[in-house]
Design a protein around this ligand. Structure first.
Ligand code: NAD
Length: 260
C-alpha cells in the first residue's frame, strides 16, 4: 500500500535514518534523504537506493538546526516528488556530560536538532498531507523519551519533548487521516552510539567495554542491541494499513528497558 508514496526522512545519510529510507524505498516509495557526510558517499547512497529499488531518491542537505533550511527542504521535497505523504523525523545528535558542566552550545544544538526541527517539519508537512487526505509522521524518539540517564540532560529533555509533540500533533490531525507516532528505541548499534562510548567512559571513569555491558545494555532485559532493520520494520508497520488507528503513541523497541 505504500507503493508510490512520497517520503521525507531527516538524518538519513547514516544509521537508523538510512535504514528508514531503504525500507521505504523497498516498499516502493520515492524518498528524499537528508543529512551530513561526504558528498561522494551521499551520492553513492542516493544512487544505490534508486537502483536497488527502482524508485526516485533525492537528497537535500538542510541543516536541521536552521528553520529556513528546513523550509527550503520541505518545499523542495513537495515540488520535486509531487508531495509529501510520509515524514520521518529522525535527525539527532548526542553529547554526554554532567549537567553542571554541560556546554551551553551543545544544549542549544541538541534542542534545535532533536526537538525544534520536528516542530518545523511537522508544521510544514501537515498542510501538504491534509491536502492529499492522508499522511504518516513517524518520529524517532528514544527510551530517553520515557526515562532518564545521568549525563544526558539535553538529549533526555529533547526526547521527552518529542514525545509530547508527537501526542499534541496526533490529536490535532486525528480527523485528517494523518497519524503521528514516536518510536522509542533503546540502544541500536549505529555511529551515534559508537561515538558516545569514549565520552561516557570518560564521564563515568569506566573502560569502553564496561560502558557497553554495564551502561548501555544494563537496562535492556534482553541484553541485546536492536538492529536498524528492526526499527525500520516498526516504522513501516506504522505507515501501513494496520497502523491506521495507531496515533499519538510511543512505541518502545528497547529490549524491556522501560518495562522496569
Ligand atoms: P547517526 O549518527 O548514525 O545518524 C544521525 C543522522 O542525523 C545522520 O544522517 C546525520 O548526518 C544527521 N544529522 C546530524 N545532525 C544534523 C543536522 N544538523 N542536520 C541534518 N542532519 C543531521 O545516529 P542514529 O543512531 O542513526 O540516530 C538516529 C536517531 O535515532 C536520532 O534521533 C537518535 O537520537 C535516535 N536514537 C538512536 C538510538 C541508538 O541507539 N542509535 C537510540 C534511540 C534513539
Amino acid at each position: 500500500m505504500l507503493k508510490g508514496k512520497k517520503a521525507l526522512v531527516t538524518g538519513s545519510t547514516s544509521g537508523i535514518g538510512e535504514g528508514y529510507a531503504r525500507a521505504l524505498a523497498a516498499e516502493g516509495c520515492d524518498v528524499m534523504i537528508n543529512g551530513f557526510g561526504d558528498a561522494g558517499e551521499i551520492e553513492t547512497l542516493r544512487q544505490s537506493i534508486e537502483t536497488d529499488h527502482g524508485v526516485a531518491c533525492h537528497y537535500h542537505g538542510a541543516d536541521m538546526s536552521k528553520a529556513e533550511e528546513i523550509e527550503d527542504m520541505v518545499a523542495s521535497a513537495s515540488a520535486t516528488m509531487g508531495g509529501v505523504d510520509i515524514l520521518m523525523n529522525n535527525a539527532g545528535i548526542q553529547f554526554v556530560a554532567p549537567l553542571a558542566e554541560y556546554p551551553v552550545e551543545k544544549w542549544d544544538a541538541i534542542i534545535a536538532i532533536n526537538l525544534t526541527s520536528v516542530f518545523h517539519t511537522t508544521r510544514l508537512c501537515i498542510p501538504i498531507m491534509r491536502e492529499r487526505g492522508w499522511g504518516r509522521i513517524v518520529n524517532t524518539a528514544s527510551a530517553h523519551a520515557i526515562v532518564a540517564s545521568p549525563n544526558k540532560s539535553a538529549y533526555v529533555a529533547a526526547k521527552h519533548g518529542v514525545a509530547g509533540l508527537t501526542k499534541a500533533a496526533a490529536l490535532e490531525v486525528a480527523r485528517d487521516n494523518i497519524t503521528v507516532n514516536a518510536i522509542c528505541p533503546g540502544y541500536v548499534w549505529t555511529p551515534l552510539v559508537e561515538k558516545q562510548i569514549p565520552d561516557t567512559a570518560k564521564a563515568r571513569g569506566m573502560t569502553e567495554e564496561e560502558v557497553i555491558n554495564d551502561v548501555m545494555l544494563s537496562a535492556a532485559a534482553t541484553k541485546k542491541f536492536a538492529t536498524i532493520e528492526q526499527v525500520a520494520a516498526l516504522a513501516i508497520f506504522l505507515c501501513g494499513d494496520a497502523g491506521e488507528n495507531i496515533t499519538g503513541s510511543l512505541q518502545s523497541i528497547d529490549g524491556g528497558w522501560t518495562a522496569q
